[in-house]
Design a protein around this ligand. Structure first.
Ligand SMILES: Nc1ncnc2c1ncn2[C@@H]1O[C@H](COP(=O)(O)OP(=O)(O)OP(=O)(O)O)[C@@H](O)[C@H]1O
Ligand SMILES: [Mg+2]
Length: 209
């Protein structure tokens, strides 16, 4: 399984969903571009929650800004050609923010994903606004020929929004990820990977206990 996790926005739950996937499949984790290191890194979060191998970041930037701005603040420019994937057979790759996040003056994250051509999951909120954000994200991925596996909706279930996203986004919701009281390894273990998601990923869960 090699999969890219993108989202409709920053803070939408990509790292938590990545941790969950890694925990249940044993896949390695890779966050090629990390900004906002001052607040801790996503790799540290996944290492702690899922205890899986972590591929080191290509860029680790301190400022909690878009990568192009965080790089600028350190007097560097991100070379998008360096954003290549390791050959690891079981890998979860997390993007930064959403698709139109600038990497440098001429590249946004979607350009990099179009080059990678990894099967991609979209993490979306369940709340008002998510139909628009999710369908725009799906449209942009397809326009650039990125293979889309489906959507994971994160938060309190909203069946109306789920149906709308499936209908208007011509996609499948592969998992409902619930709101967690406490974000712990055990809490993630307690949520099995749904069959639909396992099939889309072509994996069988370890059935983490
Ligand atoms: N279902 C949930 N239950 C409880 N807390 C959640 C849930 N989803 C996300 N969070 C919390 O919200 C915050 C943002 O989530 P997360 O870091 O996964 O977002 P992200 O999309 O990876 O953000 P970024 O764009 O910065 O990488 C974290 O503190 C995370 O623990
Ligand atoms: Mg993250």
């Amino acid at each position: 399984m090699r999969v890219c996790i993108t989202g409709t926005d920053t803070d939408v739950g990509k790292t938590l969903v990545s941790s969950w996937l890694c925990l249940h499949t044993g896949a390695s984790y890779f966050k090629p571009v990390q900004s906002g290191c001052v607040d801790g890194t996503d790799s540290d979060t996944v290492r702690k929650l899922a205890q899986v191998p972590i591929v080191p970041e290509v860029y680790k930037l301190q400022a909690p800004l878009s990568p192009h701005a965080a790089a600028h603040a350190e007097g560097i420019t991100i070379d998008d050609a360096l954003l290549t994937l390791p050959s690891t057979t079981s890998l979860v790759v997390e993007g930064a923010g959403g698709l139109w996040v600038p990497i440098n003056a001429t590249t946004v994250y979607l350009d990099v994903m179009a080059r990678w051509q990894l099967p991609t999951l979209v993490v979306a909120r369940t709340t008002l606004g998510t139909i628009n954000h999710t369908c725009l994200t799906l449209e942009a991925l397809r326009h650039r020929g990125v293979p889309v596996l489906g959507v994971i909706m994160n938060g309190e279930a909203n069946e109306s929004n789920r149906h709308a996203i499936e209908q208007y986004g011509n996609t499948t919701m592969l998992a409902k990820f619930p709101r967690l009281e406490n974000v712990t390894t055990q809490a993630l273990k307690n949520i099995p990977l749904p069959q639909t998601l396992q099939q889309a990923l072509g994996v069988f869960s370890h059935g983490a206990n």
